[in-house]
Design a binder for this molecule. Structure first.
Ligand code: ZN
Length: 159
């Protein structure tokens, strides 16, 4: 399995959520991550808080590290399924060691951009997909369908 798939399943496993009834409960994932200092903040781009003001309009989410832990700002004007995916994407960046301290992260992310060449973005998208649908449970379907939001939505309906 790819590193990011393993990372997603490890997180679910540690949080006791690997075998839960789907959809993966976002609030319980965040509850677990709060112990590591990750907090979720929804924002309206028109009234974006100071640390993300300059980028708030054009992105889905921004991860801002603090002295301890980090704040994950999520654009609340985006559709709910996309918000959920963006949160999972942000969690990936928070969790995967290679993503820590990358400068461009402070500029925020537009998730699910199929044309992105940034390897870290693609990796975080794959992490998000795996968190949404743990690969060991859905490998069969994951292998059959092309990756992307349509697939996420299709599978979300199916399960
Ligand atoms: Zn990103």
């Amino acid at each position: 399995m790819m590193d990011e798939f393993v990372a997603a399943e490890n997180l679910l496993n540690k949080a006791g959520l690997l075998e839960v009834k789907l959809p993966i409960p976002l609030d319980r994932v965040m509850e677990y991550l709060a112990k590591d200092g990750l907090k979720l903040r929804y924002y309206d781009p028109k009234q974006a808080p100071e640390p993300i003001k300059s980028v708030a309009h054009s992105v889905d989410e921004v991860l801002v590290y603090q002295e301890e832990g980090a704040l994950l700002f999520v654009n609340e004007t985006r559709p709910l399924t996309r918000q959920r995916f963006s949160i999972f994407h942000g969690i990936g960046r928070f969790i995967m060691p290679g993503h820590r301290g990358l400068n461009y992260l402070a500029r925020g992310c537009t998730t699910l951009n199929p044309l992105t060449r940034k390897p870290y973005e693609r990796q975080a998208d794959r992490f998000a997909a795996a968190l949404n649908m743990p690969p060991s449970r859905f490998r069969h379907h994951m292998a059959l369908l092309p990756f992307g939001m349509q697939t996420v939505e299709k599978l979300a309906k199916r399960y």
